[in-house]
Design a protein around this ligand. Structure first.
Ligand code: DC
Length: 221
C-alpha cells in the first residue's frame, strides 16, 4: 500500500491539502487529529479533567473510535455515534492536545491508524505520522507556516462558519500555545522526521502546495 504522511503545527493547512491530494491520487484521507478530538469529546462527556484521572485506563477500554467515509468525507464515530460535527471547536482542539500526551491514548489510536493504512492507499495527517505511525511512508511532508498566517487562516475559516466574536491575536496565542504543548510532550512530540521534506506554505496558495507535493510523489515513483 502507498502512504503519504503530512505532519505539522496547528492551522498549517494540513487537512485541506491532504484532502485535495487524496482526491487527486484516489487515496483515502485520514485525519488523525479528528480521532484525538473524538477522544477529547469522550473524556469531556465522562467528566475527565486531566491526565491524572485514575479512570482513564478503564474508560479507554470502553472507547471505540471508528472511521467511515460518506461521499469521500471522513466521518468519525465515537462508540457508534457520528460526532464529526462536534469536533472542530478550538476548545476541543485544546483538550485533544492535552489528552494526546497520554501514552495509552496514543497507543490505542496509533494501532487504529496503522490498521487503516495497511488496507488502503492513504494520505494521513497529524503530528507523529512520519516519525511514529508510518515510519516507512513513501513520502513525508512537514508542512508549516508562520503563526500569523496560520492564525489568519483559522480566523477566516471561523468567520466563514458564521462566528463573529473573533480576536485574531487571541487565535494566534492559542495556536502558539498548542504547538508548544505538542512539540514538548514526552511521547511522540511533533517534530520533522529526518526524511521528511519541509514545506513552508506561508506564501503559497493551496493549489501551489498541492502541485508541489504531487510533483514530489511523481519523483518518488
Ligand atoms: O490536527 P488537529 O488540530 O485536529 O489535532 C488536535 C490535537 O490532537 C493536536 O493539538 C495534538 C493532537 N494530535 C496528536 O497528538 N497526534 C496526531 N497525529 C494528531 C493530533
Amino acid at each position: 500500500m502507498n502512504s503519504i504522511a503530512i505532519d505539522g503545527p496547528a492551522g498549517a493547512g494540513k487537512s485541506s491539502i491532504a484532502k485535495a491530494l487524496s482526491k487527486r491520487l484516489g487515496y483515502i484521507y485520514i485525519d488523525t487529529g479528528a480521532m484525538y478530538r473524538a477522544v477529547a469529546l469522550f473524556f469531556l462527556d465522562e467528566g475527565v479533567k486531566d491526565s491524572e484521572d485514575s479512570r482513564i485506563e478503564s474508560l479507554l477500554e470502553k472507547l471505540d473510535i471508528s472511521i467511515k467515509y460518506e461521499d469521500g468525507t471522513q466521518k468519525v464515530f465515537l462508540n457508534g455515534v457520528d460526532v464529526s460535527d462536534k469536533l472542530r471547536l478550538e476548545q476541543i482542539g485544546k483538550l485533544a492536545s492535552k489528552f494526546s500526551a497520554i501514552g495509552s491514548v496514543r497507543e490505542k489510536l496509533v494501532a487504529l491508524q496503522r490498521k487503516l493504512a495497511k488496507k488502503e492507499n492513504v494520505v494521513m495527517d497529524g503530528r507523529d505520522i512520519g516519525t511514529v505511525v508510518l515510519p516507512n511512508a513513501d513520502l513525508k511532508i512537514y508542512l508549516s507556516a508562520s503563526s500569523k498566517v496560520r492564525a489568519k487562516r483559522r480566523y477566516l475559516e471561523l468567520l466563514e462558519k458564521g462566528n463573529t466574536d473573533l480576536d485574531i491575536n487571541l487565535i494566534e496565542d492559542e495556536i502558539i500555545k498548542r504547538d508548544e504543548a505538542d512539540m514538548n510532550r514526552e511521547i511522540s512530540p511533533l517534530k520533522q522526521a529526518e526524511d521528511a521534506y519541509y514545506l513552508d506554505s506561508s506564501d503559497m496558495t493551496l493549489e501551489e502546495v498541492v502541485s508541489k507535493i504531487l510533483s514530489m510523489v511523481k519523483e518518488e515513483k
